[in-house]
Design a protein around this ligand. Structure first.
Ligand SMILES: Cc1cc2nc3c(=O)[nH]c(=O)nc-3n(C[C@H](O)[C@H](O)[C@H](O)COP(=O)(O)O)c2cc1C
Length: 333
């Protein structure tokens, strides 16, 4: 019980539930971040690849929808290295509108850390393996997110990725010795009260939830993708470079992407080099499918937690259910 009600995360950000909405590119818009914040969680808008107009619109909507200070924004760090105008816009807002937290993932956070700290925002760094942790500490991260390879979207590939179950306690032990003030969130597979309770028992201060909150009314994910997720079990996702090649995204190694393993993915997953060498015909199929909302070929971005997703509720109700179930589990334990 006390793990839930006295989380350091809740105390640090004024939350009533130790959950942060993952800043999912194009899915965690203002309505979803606002709904999470109203429900007592930290609402991180999905600034993703740093589209300035999208970030301006959705972050402004989040502030309006939340009507609390529990709003932040996340970015893909290697993309900021090309264009940081969306981060600049955010940090230059009047003090009352500035983000409570900025989350950086997939790259070196240190070039941005000084400006984020000067704005008053807490820096959250998402890492995928122990080797990335010292860099996040050097950047002054207030919160580190340990992302297991179960997660939906981008993460470390099969050669390098970690599982949430072992990564979180190993990192909790490391932080206890080297950076005891730094908070820890678990990410990857946290989708109900059982998995939230497990994350807290493993030593996390809370959870960063992506896939489960992607499958809600407020998420900006396409309705057809959400409906496919409800029908898909946990065996039905895969991690590879297929969709990044099809989407013309040049992600640096060793990152790749977990999504539903649909027929177009299966067609190419054993021939990644051939797809990379000559992608245009497959891209035409993919582009047409995206335009038509055909998720046999278009990607639907969820992680292994998809096997725990059976409905598309409102985010506030969902968070209430997750916390109630976690409380019941922890009390019984
Ligand atoms: C649809 C989707 C989009 C995502 N986009 C981003 C992103 O833009 N930036 C980021 O740091 N993480 C992104 N992630 C990863 C999340 O931050 C988080 O690590 C992951 O969702 C946690 O695992 P879960 O999906 O099992 O909850 C995304 C995840 C999903 C499902």
């Amino acid at each position: 019980m006390t793990l839930l009600t006295h989380s350091r995360l809740s105390a640090r950000f004024g939350l009533t539930t130790p959950i942060a909405l993952a800043p999912m590119a194009l899915a965690s818009g203002g309505a979803l971040a606002g709904a999470c914040a109203r429900a007592g969680a930290l609402g991180l808008v999905g600034g993703g690849y740093g589209d300035l107009a999208w970030t301006q619109r959705e972050y402004t909507l989040a502030l309006q929808a939340a009507n609390t200070g529990r709003i932040g924004c996340g970015f893909i760090t290697w993309k900021l290295d090309e264009d940081a105008s969306a981060l600049d816009w955010l940090l230059d807002l009047p003090a009352a509108q500035r983000p409570r937290a900025v989350m950086l993932s997939f790259g070196d956070p240190r070039p941005y850390a000084g400006r984020i700290a000067a704005s008053g925002a807490a820096l959250i760094c998402q890492v995928q393996c122990m080797a990335q942790v010292p860099q996040a500490i050097e950047a002054g991260a207030a919160v580190i997110v340990a992302q297991g390879a179960e997660a939906g979207g981008h993460g470390l590939n099969a050669l390098n990725g970690r599982a949430t179950l072992t990564f979180v306690p190993e990192l909790a032990d490391w932080l206890a010795v080297h950076a005891p003030e730094t908070l820890l969130l678990a990410a990857g597979g946290i989708a109900d009260g059982r998995t939230l309770a497990a994350a807290l028992v493993l030593g996390a201060d809370g959870a960063l939830v992506g896939s489960r909150l992607w499958a809600t009314q407020e998420s900006l994910a396409p309705q057809g993708a959400k409906e496919l997720a409800v029908q898909t079990g946990g065996d039905g996702t895969a991690r590879s470079a297929v969709f990044d090649i099809l989407r013309r995204k040049s992600w640096p190694l060793p990152y790749d992407f977990r999504a539903i393993r649909n027929p177009l993915h299966r067609q190419w997953e054993d021939r990644i080099d051939a797809l990379r060498a000559d992608p245009e015909a497959a891209r035409a199929v993919y582009d047409a499918a995206v335009a038509a909302g055909d998720f046999d070929a278009a990607h639907a971005t969820v992680g292994e937690a998809v096997g725990l997703i059976h409905d598309l509720p409102g985010a506030g109700d969902l968070l209430g259910q997750i916390v109630a179930q976690a409380r019941a589990r922890l009390t019984r334990a």
